[in-house]
Design a protein around this ligand. Structure first.
Ligand SMILES: Cc1cc2nc3c(=O)[nH]c(=O)nc-3n(C[C@H](O)[C@H](O)[C@H](O)COP(=O)(O)OP(=O)(O)OC[C@H]3O[C@@H](n4cnc5c(N)ncnc54)[C@H](O)[C@@H]3O)c2cc1C
Length: 462
C-alpha cells in the first residue's frame, strides 16, 4: 500500500447501499470524498438479504434500475397471508412493484458508480475504529488499514453508513443521537437461496413476493417466500432477537420443510442477519456527523426493507454535506436539515408503521386470521399506510368494519385507536421542526403518542 491522503471534505464509512449512494452524490457535487469499507472490494455487496427493492428509488435518484446479471426478476406486487393461509391479500401498486436483485452484482454496481462519480480515495479492507473529536465536533475517524497500520483521517463531515452494528454510533458523544438500540426493536433473520431442480416442486407465484404472518412459526416477524427466477427462491423468516439459538431450527421446520417438497434442490447461499424495525433514530446527525441507513434505524418497520431508505438517506446526507461545506459550517446548525429531510419523508411513513408493527407483534394467530379474513385492515388500507403513513376512513367504512368485527369488538376498538394514533404520529413527523430549539418539545409529543399505544400493548399482554 502506497501513501494515502488524509484530509477530505467528506469521509463515508461503509460502502453498502447507503454509503455508496452518499459517496456518489457527494462526489458529484465536487466534494473531495474518501470512501472506506471493512470488506475487500470483491466482497462488497455480499449481504444476507431478501434481495427485494421497489422501483421508486431509481426514479427518485435518477439512476438506472437493475438490469442484465444484476436483475434476478421483476415483481408485480406482494401477497400477504394470514397464519391459516386461507386468506391472502394481494397488494399491487407502484410502491409494491419492483425487482429481485442479485445482491452482490447490485452492490458492486453501486460501488463502481460511486467511484466513477469521482470519489477521491477508496480504501477497502479498512476498518473504522473510532471517531476523532475536536471539542464538541467530530472531525475525523481512526481507521485500521489493510496493512494493519492505524491512521487518523480528517474531514469536514463524516457520514457513518456502517450498518446496524456501527462501531461509530456507539462512540458518538451526543445528547441528540442514541447510541444503543433496544432488542425489542430488532428482528433476527435467517434465509437461504435455493435452486429447485424438480418438475413436481415449482416456484410458486413467480411474479409476487409472499409474506406470511404467523406468531407461532415466526414469532414477532414473518415468513417470506421471494422468487428469484423460474427455478430459484429466496426463503426465510424473521423473529424476535431472543430466539437467536433457535432460528435455524425454526427456519428448517417452518420454512424449508413447508416450501421445499423435493429432494432435488441445491442451497446456493445461506445465512442470518439483523434488521432494526423501529422509527429512525431521534436524531441522525450532530456536529460534524450524519448517520445513514441501518446504522440510523432507517428501515421500514413493517417489512424490514432498508435498501430504498438507506439510498434515499445517502442522497439527503450528500446534499446536506455540500450545503454545510459551502457555508463553511458543518455544525449541527447546518446538518440539522438532514434530519428534517429524513423525518418529513420516509420518517413520516415509518413512525406510524412502527406503531402498527408493535401492535401486530402482540396479536395472536387467531386474531390475525380473523382480522385479515374480515378485512378489518384491508389491502387498500395497508397500501395507504405504506405510502403515506396515514389512513383516512369514511363513516361508512367504520360502520361496515364494526359489523364485520362484531364478534371481536376489542380487536376492532384497538385497531381503530391504532389508526388514530398512526395518523397523529404521521402529522407530527410531517411537522418535524426545522429549528433545533423546537426539537425537545416535538420529541415529547411523539413520546406521548407512543406511550398511548404502549399502554394498550401492556394491557393486552397481561
Ligand atoms: C436477512 C435480511 C433480509 C433483508 N431483506 C431485505 C429486502 O428484501 N429488501 C430490502 O430493501 N432490505 C432488506 N434487508 C435490509 C437491508 O439489507 C438493509 O437495510 C440495507 O442493506 C442497509 O444498507 P446500509 O448501507 O445501511 O448497510 P449495509 O448494507 O449493512 O452496509 C454497511 C457496510 O459497512 C461496512 N462496515 C461495517 N463496519 C465497518 C467498519 N467498522 N469500518 C468500515 N466499514 C464497515 C460493511 O462491510 C458494509 O459493507 C434485509 C436484511 C436482512 C438482514
Amino acid at each position: 500500500m502506497g501513501s494515502i491522503q488524509k484530509v477530505f471534505d467528506v469521509i463515508v464509512v461503509g460502502s453498502g447501499t447507503g454509503g455508496s449512494t452518499a459517496a456518489r452524490f457527494a462526489a458529484k457535487h465536487g466534494l473531495k470524498v474518501c470512501l472506506i469499507d471493512a470488506k475487500q472490494r470483491d466482497e462488497i455487496g455480499n449481504k444476507i438479504c431478501g434481495d427485494a427493492i421497489g422501483t421508486e428509488i431509481f426514479d427518485f435518484l435518477k439512476i438506472s434500475p437493475p438490469k442484465n446479471e444484476e436483475l434476478s426478476c421483476n415483481i408485480k406486487g406482494a401477497k400477504l397471508y394470514a397464519p391459516n393461509l386461507q386468506k391472502c391479500i394481494t397488494l399491487m401498486d407502484p410502491k409494491q412493484a419492483g425487482y429481485i436483485v442479485n445482491r452482490f452484482e447490485f452492490g458492486q454496481r453501486l460501488l463502481n458508480e460511486s467511484l466513477d462519480a469521482g470519489v477521491e480515495q477508496f480504501l477497502d479492507d479498512t476498518k473504522a475504529l473510532n471517531l476523532i473529536y475536536n471539542k464538541e465536533r467530530v472531525e475525523g475517524v481512526q481507521v485500521k488499514l489493510s496493512n494493519g497500520n492505524k491512521e487518523e483521517l480528517k474531514a469536514k463531515v463524516i457520514i457513518d453508513a456502517s450498518g446496524f452494528y456501527s462501531p461509530l454510533r456507539k462512540k458518538v458523544k451526543s445528547n441528540l443521537i442514541e447510541t444503543e438500540i433496544s432488542k425489542e426493536d430488532v428482528i433476527l433473520c435467517y434465509r437461504e437461496i435455493i435452486k429447485i431442480s424438480s418438475q413436481e416442486c415449482k416456484v410458486q407465484d413467480p411474479e409476487y413476493i409472499s409474506i406470511t404472518l404467523d406468531q407461532e412459526k415466526a414469532p414477532g416477524g414473518y415468513i417470506w417466500y421471494f422468487p428469484k427466477n423460474n427455478t430459484s427462491v429466496n426463503i426465510g423468516l424473521g423473529t424476535y432477537m431472543n430466539l437467536r439459538g433457535r432460528i435455524k431450527e425454526l427456519y428448517r421446520k417452518n420454512v424449508f420443510d413447508q416450501y421445499i417438497t423435493t429432494s432435488k434442490y441445491e442451497i446456493l447461499s445461506s445465512g442470518g442477519g439483523v434488521v432494526p424495525v423501529r422509527r429512525p433514530l431521534w436524531s441522525c446527525a450532530d456536529n460534524g456527523i450524519m448517520i445513514v441507513g441501518d446504522a440510523a434505524c432507517q428501515v421500514n418497520p413493517l417489512h424490514g426493507g432498508g435498501i430504498d431508505p438507506s439510498m434515499r438517506a445517502g442522497f439527503f446526507a450528500a446534499n446536506t454535506a455540500f450545503n454545510a461545506i459551502n457555508n463553511e459550517d458543518s455544525s449541527i446548525k447546518f446538518l440539522w436539515d438532514y434530519n428534517y429531510q429524513v423525518m418529513t419523508s420516509f420518517g413520516a411513513e415509518y413512525a406510524p408503521l412502527d406503531l402498527l408493527r408493535m401492535m401486530l407483534q402482540i396479536f395472536s394467530n387467531e386474531e390475525l386470521n380473523f382480522g385479515l379474513s374480515q378485512e378489518l385492515l384491508s389491502g387498500q388500507e395497508i397500501l395507504e399506510i405504506s405510502s403515506t403513513g396515514r389512513i383516512e376512513l369514511s363513516i361508512l367504512d367504520i360502520v361496515s368494519k364494526a359489523f364485520r368485527g362484531i364478534s371481536k369488538p376489542d380487536l376492532l376498538l384497538d385497531l381503530n385507536y391504532l389508526r388514530i394514533r398512526m395518523n397523529e404520529i404521521a402529522k407530527l413527523y410531517k411537522k418535524f421542526p426545522r429549528d433545533l430549539t423546537k426539537f425537545e418539545e416535538w420529541k415529547l409529543r411523539v413520546i406521548q403518542e407512543y406511550n398511548k399505544i404502549r399502554k394498550i400493548l401492556i394491557n393486552t399482554k397481561k
